[in-house]
Design a protein around this ligand. Structure first.
Ligand code: PLP
Length: 405
């Protein structure tokens, strides 16, 4: 598939003329979705294996979500945080029960939720000393693109054009316990990590490394923060990826977002009481965050995810096994990895053309970190749809390898 829209429809032309040109969009205009599929303006159907980068975990137009949106939109969409509404409290309770943490704050996106986590780290540290504001984060991480979240993101390509970002962040390679031990000290106020680095190439972080991070955070009175924006809320077959460890390795602060409100913008910061003590009245807030519509939809979305949870691990393992079978045929595949329905296929070459070819063959996939095909299929995906995905990927890898010698 070529990278230009054949006959650019008005939506594309208008974007070219009026939009900030910061996105390298793929050349289709999506107009509707149902279940695991989406359709473009020309009526082509695609199997959606990326789910809006993990947001549409319940697929598209889920009847229970549509019903709740319709009902709540006609009652109360937004009321601001000046007043109570019926749904923030129950959603906070639901998230606390699912995560094992004690308090919640609602934001509008993953990045915005990360900002609060970072403010909590700074405020927590400064209660001890004005010098205690250092944060240890991981190389290859991704935490968002605001000046704060960017400063935690261990990928120079994102940070470089905007330096100086927030100072005091040290990066260590994921899994390097000696580097972690050398980086953490009395001025460390927080340690931030993803259990599975998503944007960084679907790379799980060693549980032993994370356990050491927890010990060090405790020794130095720092907050341990897990970014579960991509790997959380059922994606791995657990509510949160840190529950893959047995016993679960609880952080002080956990940030979640993407699928929380089934496509409506909503992020959440979950925390224990020690972390919550860092933020007093008036120290943080938002106009939009935690609106009535988004929170009610999130409650329904969590109820649906809970029903799907037992199947996610099995479906993910089945999908990975089918992909591993493809590695026998396609030597360009270096590794298949991930947990649940968070899957990375590392290639020996850039993946952009493979993404375009998959699209032409009827599947939406994504390439991250240049050479890792990332699949974040909806939790409602069926075995028949996985079989279809495998068929398309087989065809696309075959094309990429070129004619047999
Ligand atoms: N953290 C992680 C692990 C992410 O994957 C992302 C987005 O991809 C973010 C933070 C930023 O979230 P958002 O795009 O909702 O602001």
């Amino acid at each position: 598939m070529a990278e230009t829209v054949a006959a650019a429809p008005p939506a594309v032309e208008l974007e070219r003329n009026y939009l900030l040109q910061n996105y390298a969009r793929l050349p289709i205009v999506l107009t509707k979705g149902k279940g695991s599929h989406v359709w473009d303006a020309e009526g082509n159907r695609y199997l959606d294996l990326i789910s809006g980068i993990g947001v549409n975990a319940l697929g598209h137009a889920h009847p229970r979500i549509v019903k709740v949106i319709r009902d709540q939109a006609a009652r109360l969409i937004h009321s601001s945080n000046l007043y109570y509404h019926e749904f923030q409290g129950p959603l906070a309770q639901r998230l606390c029960e699912a995560s094992g943490l004690q308090r919640a704050f609602f934001a509008n996106s993953g990045t915005e939720a990360m900002e609060l986590a970072m403010k909590m780290i700074h405020s927590h540290g400064r209660r001890t000393s004005p010098e205690k504001y250092e944060i240890v984060a991981l190389e290859n991480s991704f935490h968002g693109r605001s000046m704060g979240a960017l400063s935690l993101t261990g990928q120079p390509k994102y940070r470089a054009p905007f330096e100086p970002v927030v100072p005091g962040v040290k990066f260590v390679p994921a899994g390097d316990v000696a580097a972690l031990e050398a980086a953490v000290g009395p001025n460390t106020a927080g340690i931030v990590l993803e259990w599975i680095q998503g944007e960084g190439g679907v790379c799980p972080v060693e549980p032993g490394f994370t356990a050491r991070a927890k010990q060090l955070a405790e020794e130095h009175d720092a907050l341990l923060v897990f970014d579960e924006i991509q790997c959380g809320l059922g994606r791995t077959g657990r509510w949160f990826a840190y529950q893959l460890a047995d016993p679960p390795l609880l952080p002080d602060v956990m940030v979640t977002a993407k699928p929380l409100a089934a496509g409506l913008p909503l992020g959440a910061v979950l925390m224990n009481e020690r972390a919550a003590a860092s933020i007093g009245p008036g120290m943080h807030g938002t106009t939009f965050g935690g609106g009535a519509l988004a929170c009610r939809v999130a409650l329904e979305a969590m109820a649906i995810v809970e029903e799907l949870l037992p199947e996610i691990e099995r479906l993910g393992e089945h999908f990975r096994q089918e992909l591993r079978n493809l590695t026998l045929k396609h030597h360009m595949i270096r590794e298949v990895r991930g947990y649940g329905l968070m899957i990375g296929i590392e290639l020996d070459r850039p993946g952009r053309q493979i993404v375009l070819d998959a699209m032409a063959a009827g599947a939406l996939i994504n390439c991250t970190h240049d050479s890792v095909i990332r699949l974040l299929p909806p939790y409602i995906i069926t075995e028949a749809e996985i079989a279809k995905a495998i068929k398309i990927l087989d065809k696309v890898f075959k094309k990429a390898a070129g004619p047999a010698a």
